[in-house]
Write a protein that binds this ligand. Structure first.
Ligand SMILES: Cc1ncc(C[n+]2csc(CCOP(=O)(O)OP(=O)(O)O)c2C)c(N)n1
Length: 266
């Protein structure tokens, strides 16, 4: 397949995410089984740069599209790419419900704390006093904390990594893709043109090292940074739980999985 010409700004951390995804898909040898979905935004352009089948979705509808793919063929490895605008603003209800459903798929959120493609408006995770053309006196903040939200919505794999730490990103993406159930990986991906948070992230970043089965510890670690004001930013896996995924609870889909079939074979 001919890949699209890359139009990200030079030096954008999205390049490291692209490299990492290419590497992980190759190392896990899952190329033929993967189907991707992407939202609309700078993050969504990754669709054109990956030689993988899938659907370039409507803004905010990455997750329902992923779920449709999974229901259509539960044997696919479904991986979605969303932005903090795409997922935490327009697509927020889907985020909560997909954490709850626990279908076996992986959601990657490129979080740059702004709507980058449309030139930098504040999203639900832009910090208080963040300024752009639409909020010249600064945004009101009142951010949501996606890690806490995922944990409290029943997500069975919750992680956060930094786009500029490729080694950890590769490791955690592999774990997320191998996890049976809904895995959510937030990648801190500073928009170096419109909202450059690299200094703040570098100052506060540290590696998580708690028992990932402990939801209480995960919540405490997730609460250290509320995205609104500076705080310690833990990266790594916050939480992982083994539980039945949605397809396993659904007779027809679990029979498709056992027989390696999809709706096409019906
Ligand atoms: C239904 C709909 N609403 C709004 C838009 C306009 N729009 C396109 S991209 C975008 C911003 C995307 O921001 P984000 O999801 O954070 O991705 P980023 O560009 O930062 O990677 C918006 C609001 C759209 N295309 N469709």
């Amino acid at each position: 397949m001919e890949l699209g010409k890359i139009t990200w700004c030079s030096g954008c951390p999205n390049f490291s995410i692209l490299n990492s995804v290419r590497k992980v898909v190759e190392e896990l040898k899952i190329k033929e089984k993967v189907s991707i979905a992407t939202g609309i935004g700078c993050h969504g352009k990754i669709f054109d740069y990956l030689d993988l089948s899938g659907i370039y979705c409507l803004h905010g509808r990455t997750l329902p599209t992923m779920l449709g793919m999974k229901f259509g063929n539960p044997n696919l490895k479904v991986i979605g790419f969303s932005g903090d605008g795409d997922c935490y603003a327009e697509g927020m209800a889907h985020f909560i419900h997909n954490c709850r459903y626990n279908a076996d798929m992986t959601l990657i959120v490129h979080n740059n704390q702004t709507f980058s493609l449309t030139t930098g408006q504040p999203t639900p995770v832009s910090e208080e006093n963040y300024k752009d053309k639409t909020m010249v006196k600064g945004s009101f903040g009142n951010t949501i904390n996606p890690i806490r939200l995922a944990l409290s919505s029943g997500c069975s794999f919750v992680a956060r990594v930094y786009a500029l730490d490729s080694e950890m990103m590769n490791e955690v993406l592999k774990e997320a893709i191998n996890h049976k159930g809904f895995s959510f990986v937030e990648i801190l991906q500073p928009c170096i043109v419109l909202h450059d948070t690299r200094e703040m992230i570098n100052k506060n970043l540290y590696k998580l090292n708690h028992d990932r089965k402990d939801i209480g510890k995960a919540m405490a670690k997730a609460s250290e940074w509320d995205y609104n004001k500076e705080g310690k930013i833990g990266v790594g896996v916050f939480y992982q739980e083994k539980k039945k995924c949605l397809e396993e609870k659904w007779d027809l889909l679990s029979s498709f999985m056992k027989e390696g079939k999809s709706w096409h074979d019906k």
